[in-house]
Ligand binder design. Structure first.
Ligand SMILES: N[C@@H](CCC(=O)N[C@@H](CSC=O)C(=O)NCC(=O)O)C(=O)O
Length: 278
């Protein structure tokens, strides 16, 4: 693992790192915020999955989460959103598919299947690197994310029971089988089999009986993607029918961007801190 930069921040350290990923087969970058408590011993880990077009730096720079992480003693881990520099033709042709748009799943279709393996990367490889290289109490790991990353947080938690002790999402793509972003990603990465899509769709997973820890989801009502792409009401209905605990909060005037994330990120950090210390 190579250290790219480190910056003192709220008594801790924000760092950015690169490593040769065996799962992806290429170098991958990620960020880690170490709170001041990490100087004394292992701390709980909170992984954040970012949205379309983002990198490992976006949340670290724009969300203003480090102050909350320092207060709660949480390590923040921010992976990139896809493989980079793959040489796959067309990977950079669109902002909602390919580069910066890994959708936190393992692709099954050529030419994506070899490199686009973000589910295994996040749940196994990154987890083990964090455990090896940082003072991490990985038995206490939480997961959250925004938009495409909110979809990733919900689906990876629902597909891997017990791996994440706390889960939340901000403006997630909550029913990707029923929106244009999801249709494009799932048909490209998974093919035309709707059963394969359902296995990566938070609403369909809850309908089929998958369970997660009690969920916090925040959604802005002035979000330009809400009506066409996000569909939190479908996820809400599925959770209610299945008995999956969910707190879904709707916020007047808030859009899809990082000003909204700044507004609610403190509540998300408190949610995770409480569940990770239970
Ligand atoms: N280029 C797009 C906008 C892309 C965008 O809004 N990305 C969101 C995530 S959307 C779902 O995953 C984001 O987090 N962007 C980073 C940021 O700094 O805001 C367009 O033209 O609409």
């Amino acid at each position: 693992m190579e250290r790219l930069s480190e910056h003192a921040c709220f008594g801790g350290t924000q760092g950015f790192y690169r490593h040769d990923s065996e799962v992806i087969g290429l170098p991958m970058k990620f960020g880690v915020y170490l709170p001041p408590q990490a100087a004394k011993g292992p701390v709980p880990v909170l992984v954040y999955l970012a949205g379309l077009t983002c990198t490992e730096e976006t949340f670290a720079i724009k969300a203003h989460a480090q102050e909350h992480a320092a207060r709660h003693g949480l390590m923040l881990v921010t992976p990139d959103t896809s493989p980079r520099g793959t040489g796959v033709a067309g990977a950079d042709a669109a902002w909602d598919f390919g580069d910066g748009a890994g959708f936190y799943l393992d692709a099954t279709q050529a030419p994506w299947a070899q490199r686009w393996r973000m589910a295994t990367y996040v749940t196994l490889e990154l987890q083990s690197i964090v455990a090896r290289e940082f003072p991490a109490d990985t038995a206490r790991t939480g997961l959250f994310g925004h938009s495409m990353g909110g979809h990733g947080a919900l689906t990876l938690a629902l597909r891997n029971p017990g791996l994440y002790r706390s889960v939340s999402a901000i403006a997630p793509i909550a029913a990707p089988s029923q929106c244009p972003w999801g249709h494009k990603a799932f048909s490209g990465y998974l093919g035309d089999d709707r059963a394969a899509w359902a296995a990566h769709d938070a609403t369909e997973l809850v309908k089929s009986g998958a369970k997660a820890p009690p969920l916090l989801v925040d959604q802005g009502l002035a979000d330009k993607f809400l009506a066409e792409q996000l569909h939190p009401h479908l996820f809400e209905e599925a959770c209610r029918a299945a008995g999956q605990p969910l707190t879904l909060r709707r916020h007047e005037g808030c859009d899809h961007g990082y000003y909204f994330i700044q507004t609610v990120v403190g509540d998300h950090m408190a949610h995770h801190a409480k569940q990770l210390s239970a």
